[in-house]
Design a protein around this ligand. Structure first.
Ligand code: GDP
Ligand code: MG
Length: 681
């Protein structure tokens, strides 16, 4: 028993179950997602096994140890520093082949590595078999079968970590082609991965120089390989004279040889290949195919909105009835106790109408997130990123940017944060700039309300078009910006597609519950406050309480802005006020209309009828409604998103620039939409 804490770093591809494993040991409840880029920061926790304390570090998922991306940098720095004693390489044992690439790189680092063969439950369920004797023989590191979800093998893994920490030296290799090859280099007893003679010669030559110039360097072989790959960090840190050794980068050759070796390992250790892997390949021929990929995505998104509308609206009906009953009861109750009318109005027209109106959309929000959770957990969302990567790279854009953008369908806050996955600041800025154009769930109530009021049978199409428009504007904007700053596309998206799987009920439940909770919290905080402030602004004027809302402070502010909105068909002070209020949270655009237009429970059937009638007398028709939806889609994001943008870009000036830019885009696109819609409708 040792008293020293053993530091263990969990490394592996995205989605291999690192976070699940980490949670299983530490009892933490970090977000688990079938989605790359979820863990961008590292998380730490502790566990004890047989008196030995372990510090566990959950690192971002990575595919390789280059330093192209933020995740790779974070992970690489962490393991290279003294922070980690033992690396636990978590692999998805059900798709060993694509996981082993990172494993080979980790082994080359020369630190103790323990292979955690995760998802063994899946392996067994599929009838695959892995030769657990041959695998460690070929790799030279212990391989422990575990299942993070079923919590099997957890103790043995810690046991292996503790043991391996003490006996860090790798065992002798019983190598695949030790005797028969004609290789001059015979390191097969020392290293798992041996390259061909040409590369091994170069490695030796570089190590020769290292010995003279940096005699204290540890792990010279790894550094030499990195030099051959022309890794920027290592080249800068340990410059060497490559004359006559390497006139170009050998990165490709090194990658290819690693994959050749992986093929040999798989041939010898994987006894039964899974049918599922083959099925995934077959499905993907269509799902990610050149011609069908995009149409399939569009159809699936359309299906999502069909469900959001039909099922969501059916449930929403019950919520509306409930809201009406509740309003009536509270009104009657307040009157019977004899409260002053002003208080009555604040509670019924201000708070209940505002917050309650937003709550009636809960079914739609619920269905939307349920659908998104299914798409994420089944593995489809990664395909969308893959399909879009192809399209974006043809436009000279980085496909990596589409991952954060897809998250934007849910909420812009995590989406903006996910832009950290991009390597260059310029790309990050561009992504942050366009991500809020993706239609987040908070805009849904606006679309549902206005499209059901003005588009009848075509409501669903009007709503769907917002999502498509959002994507189109985002891509177009990014494209134009890239043309202006002349930047070139980043290297191809290195995204490995996870196998399709039946979504896990628990994962989906957690995901949807989180979102519903967020929505309820928002209704109870931001929207609640905004409703009160709106009520006050619209009931108070320079002369105290006003009888005509048009004399209120709110109206005064709105009227100043009318000229700005006029060209968009939105030249009404009420709309202007609603849009300003919507910066608090986009749903407030809807909730504030109640007070603004003096209609109780505006989101219910009868509320909408009176709302349409009032708008009609003002000359506000379908084209105006469409322009309003477009403006809401594109204009200044909500305060939470603005705060996130500010945190990510770290400059108030840049943040303001981004906001003004988005406002300008919203204005121009709404202007165009209004005039085109005017011609059609
Ligand atoms: P990370 O990206 O490596 O942190 O992976 P996560 O921990 O977020 O897990 C990704 C997905 O794999 C989630 O849907 C998990 O529920 C699932 N998962 C993780 N470990 C196992 C396992 O041992 N067996 C099975 N069947 N699924 C697992
Ligand atoms: Mg994770």
């Amino acid at each position: 028993m040792s008293e020293k804490v053993i530091n263990v770093g969990f490394i592996g591809n995205p989605n291999c179950g690192k976070t699940t494993l980490f949670n299983a040991y530490t009892g933490a409840n970090l977000k688990v997602a079938n989605w790359p880029g979820v863990t961008v920061e590292k998380k730490e926790g502790r566990t004890v096994y047989k008196g030995q304390e372990f510090k566990l570090i959950d690192l971002p998922g990575i595919y390789s140890l280059t330093s192209y991306t933020m995740e790779e940098k974070v992970s690489r720095e962490c393991i290279m520093s003294g922070e980690v004693d033992v690396i636990v390489d978590v692999v998805d044992a059900s798709s060993l082949e694509r996981n082993l690439y990172l494993t080979l790189q980790l082994i080359e680092l020369g630190k103790p590595v323990v292979l955690a063969l995760n998802m063994m439950d899946v392996v067994e369920e599929r009838g695959m078999e892995i030769d657990l004797h041959r695998l460690p023989e070929m790799l030279g590191i212990p391989a422990i079968p575990v299942s993070a979800r079923k919590r099997t093998g957890l103790e043995i893994l810690l046991h292996a970590v503790a043991h391996h920490n003490e006996y860090a030296k790798q065992g002798p290799f019983i190598h695949h082609h030790s005797a028969e090859t004609g290789h001059r280099h015979n390191h097969h007893r020392e290293y798992a991965m041996v390259y061909d003679d040409q590369i091994e010669d170069k490695i030796d030559a570089i190590i020769e120089q290292f010995r003279k110039r940096y005699p204290d360097m540890d792990n010279m072989r790894w550094h030499a390989i990195k030099i051959l790959e022309q890794d920027e960090t290592v080249m800068k840190q340990y410059p060497v004279d490559l004359d006559g050794i390497a006139e170009r980068s050998y990165e490709k050759d090194i990658i290819n040889e690693k994959y050749d070796f992986i093929e040999e390992v798989i041939d010898e250790t994987l006894v039964n290949k899974s049918e599922k892997a083959e099925r995934t390949e077959r499905i993907d021929r269509y799902m990610t195919g050149k011609w069908l990929g995009l149409p399939i995505f569009l159809v699936i998104m359309a299906l999502v909105f069909f469900l959001t509308f039909t099922v969501g609206d059916w449930l929403k009906g019950y919520f509306e009835t409930g809201l009406d009953l509740f309003t009536g009861a509270v009104s009657a109750g307040l009157e019977s106790v004899g409260t002053i009318p002003v208080l009555n109005s604040l509670i019924v027209d201000g708070i209940i109408s505002g917050v309650g109106g937003i709550l009636t959309f809960l079914p739609n929000i619920f269905i939307l997130f349920l659908a998104l959770a299914f798409l994420e957990d089944s593995g489809y969302m990664s395909r969308v990123a893959f399909v879009m990567d192809d399209i974006m790279s043809r436009l000279g854009l980085s496909g990596r940017a589409f991952l954060p953008m897809l998250l934007g369908f849910g909420c812009s806050v995590p989406a903006v944060m996910a832009s950290r996955a991009l390597e260059h600041r310029k790309d990050r800025l561009k992504t942050i700039l366009v991500t809020p154009f993706m239609s987040c769930s908070a805009r849904l109530p606006i679309y549902v309300l206005f499209s059901s009021m003005f588009f009848g049978d075509y409501a669903m199409i009007a709503c769907y078009s917002m999502y498509i428009l959002g994507i189109a504007v985002a891509i177009l904007t990014a494209y134009i910006l890239s043309r202006i700053d002349g930047s070139k596309a980043e290297h191809a998206l290195l995204i490995e597609l996870p196998e399709y799987k039946a979504p896990n009920a628990r994962t989906i439940a957690v995901y949807v519950w989180e979102k519903v909770k967020d929505y309820l919290t928002k209704a109870g905080t931001v929207i609640f406050l905004a409703s009160i402030i709106m009520w006050i602004l619209l009931n108070l004027g320079p002369a105290g309480f006003v009888t005509d809302i048009a004399d209120s402070f709110g109206a005064m502010i709105g009227k100043i802005l009318v000229p700005f909105f006029k060209p968009l068909g939105l030249g009404y002070w009420q709309i202007a006020v609603a849009l300003i209020a919507g910066i608090a949270a986009k749903e407030v655009v809807v909730s504030s209309c109640s007070v603004l237009f003096g209609i109780q429970n505006i989101t219910t059937g009868h509320g909408m009828e009176s709302f349409v009638a009032v708008l009609g007398t003002m000359g506000f028709g379908a084209a105006n409604a469409y322009a309003l939806m477009v403006f809401c889609l594109l204009y200044v994001p909500c305060t939470a998103t603005i705060a996130t943008i500010h945190r990510e870009v770290g400059s108030a000036k840049t943040t303001c620039g981004i906001i003004f830019f988005q406002l300008a885009v919203a204005w121009v696109v709404s202007f165009i939409a209004y005039h085109i819609a005017g011609l059609i409708l």
